[in-house]
Design a binder for this molecule. Structure first.
Ligand SMILES: [Zn+2]
Length: 457
């Protein structure tokens, strides 16, 4: 063991709180996906849950080492189960850009550091600790509490929607809690707001294909495919979609209006309430300086792949760009293609759904209603743990496994159950990901209180 490793071993020894200690253990199991190797994490969690009386089932997938875990704490069956879902896999790392070992579970400066600290091993730890607390405290339950640890959430196919096709009876519930909204801190460390997602944006990709004549590069013709594609992309770069507010984003922005200083409070109010296009445009410009807020009020456009040409003396006959859109609920495929055709306005550029997109799979699932005992329990518990913070529904800016339930009409809510700062948030899927230890404990208290309210007799 070299000195550096010795130092890590000491600092990573114990985080001294149950949820943080569990998170350290989870981070040390490298579940970077691909390949994921989620089964190792399932075994670790199963070994903790079984002695506490949980029924634990592990569902293998066609890929070796990849499985889903469903644990159940039995109630008296008088009400339908409540389910809390978390994913075991994490995205990979750019190792050289981290200042700590991303898979060592380092504890320092009041944080647990490592890949998945926020997304979503922190959530696995909080949810696991909350359900284990129910079991340890022998709380009599009027409904089963189901805890899931899922595989392949990070954009891979053997995910929860895959599992639901064969195991829906194991996942069926009255309502569910999943990853999603944020508990955001102010610079002074106080919680500014608690946002609970009631819908997710949907990812869908279109391919732009520009066509021209394939010929010798010494005699260029006017119909060069790469130039046509470049012009189309340039038009998209200069184009901005209009703000489209859902019921939850309206409420979210009004919450921000209440918790902001002027002039931002005015911009938030104008975005929601103004009828003046100039004021709305000004509000959009100012609010959109925050990339997260920019994203949740509109369909976003991001070119992600380019493909053209095969040698330096041949003008290729076609050039392709894949554009990834994140759409708000209610956007139809027809709307999206029509809008892109209008913006690009070039008949030599075809616009079609990306092949690996499963066609244009824009989700038709609606926002989950907030009129449920689970949503009310989340609001009440947040009020106990963070009494100064307003609670608001939220449109999550990315996709999650919520689709498995929402498409079946089951209300599902999302939360990253720990207060974090903007700086912490920017590290998610990035470098030096970390989560505050005291936030993990607050989050465990929040989820435990929520489960008590919704499931205890
Ligand atoms: Zn996640």
């Amino acid at each position: 063991m070299n000195l550096k490793l010795f130092f890590f071993a000491i600092t990573a020894a114990s985080a001294a709180t149950p949820t943080a200690d569990l998170l350290v253990e989870l981070i040390r199991v490298d579940t970077s996906n691909p390949p994921g190797n989620e089964a190792k994490l399932d075994d670790l969690i199963a070994a903790k849950l079984k002695p506490l009386g949980f029924t634990v089932e592990i569902f293998p997938t066609p890929q070796a080492g990849k499985s889903h875990l469903i644990a159940r704490l039995k109630g008296d069956g008088s009400m339908k189960p409540v389910l809390i879902a978390s994913h075991a896999d994490v995205v990979g790392v750019e190792r050289e850009k981290w200042t700590v070992d991303p898979f060592a579970g380092i504890v320092k400066d009041g944080y647990v550091w490592g890949r998945g600290a926020i997304d979503f091993k922190g959530g696995v730890a909080v949810f696991a600790e909350a359900v284990m607390r129910l079991a340890r405290n022998k709380i009599p339950l009027k409904r089963d509490v189901i805890f899931m640890v899922e595989a392949d959430e990070e954009g891979m196919p053997l995910n929860t929607s895959w599992l639901a096709k064969s195991q829906w009876d194991k996942m069926d519930c009255e309502f569910a809690l999943n990853e999603g909204g944020w508990i955001m801190k102010r610079p002074d460390g106080k919680v500014r707001y608690v946002s609970i997602s009631t819908a997710d944006k949907t990812s869908t990709s279109l391919v732009l294909t520009a066509r021209g004549t394939s010929t010798h590069s010494s005699m260029p013709r006017p119909d060069q495919a790469i130039f046509h594609l470049a012009k189309a992309l340039s038009k998209l770069a200069d184009y901005e979609t209009k703000p489209e507010l859902t019921a939850s984003t309206r409420e979210f922005f009004l919450t921000l209006a209440k918790t902001s200083e002027p002039p931002m409070s005015t911009y938030f109010n104008n975005l929601v309430n103004s009828k003046d296009p100039a004021l709305i445009a000004q509000a959009d410009r100012e609010i959109s300086k925050d990339v997260l807020l920019h994203a949740i009020m509109r369909n976003t456009i991001a070119p992600v792949l380019l493909q053209a040409g095969f040698r330096s003396n041949v003008i290729p006959g076609s050039a392709e760009a894949t554009i990834n859109f994140r759409t708000i609920p209610g956007t139809t495929p027809e709307d999206l293609i029509a809008e892109m055709k209008r913006v690009i306005s070039d008949p030599t550029v075809d616009i079609a759904a990306a092949k690996n997109n499963g066609g244009l799979s824009i989700s038709s699932s609606k926002e989950s209603t907030t009129n449920t005992d689970l949503y009310r329990a989340l609001v009440a518990s947040a009020g106990k743990v963070w009494p100064e913070a307003p609670v608001t529904p939220y449109l999550f800016q990315a996709g999650t496994d919520a689709a498995a339930w929402r498409t079946r009409g089951i209300p599902v809510y999302g939360i990253y159950p720990y207060p974090i700062s903007n700086d912490d948030l920017s590290r998610m899927h990035g470098n030096d990901e970390r989560v505050p230890i005291d936030s993990l404990e607050q989050g465990t208290d929040f989820v435990y209180r929520t489960l008590l309210q919704v499931a205890a007799k």
